[in-house]
Design a protein around this ligand. Structure first.
Ligand code: TRP
Length: 332
């Protein structure tokens, strides 16, 4: 038996990944993969719950997301990358779990509630979307994950997962499934370039890991700053200013950031100067990632094979857990 603790994370493939993903979870995944057995799930079934009309986009994005994983340093020798739809056992476990959750509880899941508002579903929320936390619980528990590195917005999902685990173990009187711990980095959410509290694809305010230098320049130069900082000599606000938030996260020269903040607050430091520094910082952060991505883009078949092999390996674990689950329920 492998004694290593297990982590599982995932992303919906609805486009390439952005800096928000990096800050919230990718960086932890890269760090933790040495110590843990890591499963990285490309959640295409979950992506359908809010993109049912765009399966082509999802299909295309599977590869984009995998390129991003590999480019930021998720190492296929240490981590298993898998595709949700290739593991039907997850869907089966979801069906069993659905009976352990009340409709009312699902309606009050804070993440789901917020997404429903954001996505403008209004009265037409797909049932599949309402229950995606349950399928996410199946993602996590079928691999017996001890930990899930995620951004803070995903914590309600883990809470819901653990409720299901406790309910299952209590109801069927067997400690088959285990509870998971959310691993949230200190800064787990990145503001968008427009100053919106969250960077997101649907919000159109994201910087992608795959953005080239030209696109990056346009985005950084158009970033929202302090709206009252009109003239260079005016004192500017540093708190909540996205440009400084990004510098705090990505600029390795902390002393310089401190000085720039001081100067900006006093007045006399223009937005353009700060943005140029940010551009430089982000380019040196993204350059190695872009380079690696170019290499993988040359060989998509290699990456597809990797996902396929990972899914086959993961399925073995899933089959095992599902057998235990059915045994516990007396359904085998
Ligand atoms: N809900 C996550 C997101 O929207 C994606 C996801 C699917 C996930 N399954 C998961 C995250 C399991 C962590 C663990 O980004």
């Amino acid at each position: 038996m492998n004694q290593k603790k297990v982590i599982l994370t995932g992303d919906r493939p609805t486009g390439p990944l952005h800096l928000g993903h990096f800050v919230g979870s990718l960086s932890n995944r890269v760090k933790m993969q040495d110590e843990y057995k890591q499963y990285v799930l490309i959640a295409d079934m979950q992506a359908l719950t809010d993109h049912a009309s765009q399966p082509e986009l999802i299909r295309k994005s599977i590869l984009e997301v995998a390129f991003d994983y590999l480019s930021v340093g998720i190492d296929p020798n240490k981590s298993t990358i898998l595709l949700q739809s290739l593991i039907p056992q997850i869907s089966e476990l979801t069906m069993y779990f659905l009976n352990l959750v009340t409709w009312n509880r699902l309606k009050h899941n804070p993440t789901v509630k917020q997404e429903i508002m954001q996505k403008n579903f209004q009265e037409n929320v797909p049932a599949g979307f309402m229950i995606y936390p349950v399928s996410q619980a199946a993602d996590i528990t079928i691999f017996k994950a001890n930990a899930v590195p995620v951004g803070a917005d995903q914590l309600p999902m883990i809470e819901q997962t653990n409720e299901i685990v406790r309910k299952f173990n209590r109801m069927y009187n067997k400690e088959i499934l285990i509870e998971a711990e959310g691993i949230v980095p200190e800064i787990s959410r990145l503001v968008g370039i427009d100053g919106n509290a969250k960077m997101g694809k649907s919000l159109n305010n994201a910087i992608y890991l795959s953005d080239d230098a030209d696109i990056l320049k346009k985005k950084v130069m158009s970033m929202y700053t302090d709206p009252n900082h009109l003239k260079v000599e005016d004192p500017g606000k540093v708190e909540g200013n996205p440009v400084f938030i990004y510098l705090d996260v990505f600029d390795p020269d902390k002393e310089n950031v401190r000085k720039m903040k001081e100067h900006y607050s006093k007045g006399g430091l223009g937005d353009v100067v700060v943005k140029r520094r940010l551009l430089e910082v982000l380019n040196s952060f993204l350059d190695p990632i872009r380079k690696k991505r170019k290499e993988f883009e040359k060989d998509p078949q290699y990456v597809l094979d990797l996902i396929f092999k990972g899914s086959v390996e993961a399925q073995k674990v899933a089959i095992n857990t599902l057998r235990e689950v059915k045994n516990a329920m007396g359904m085998y």
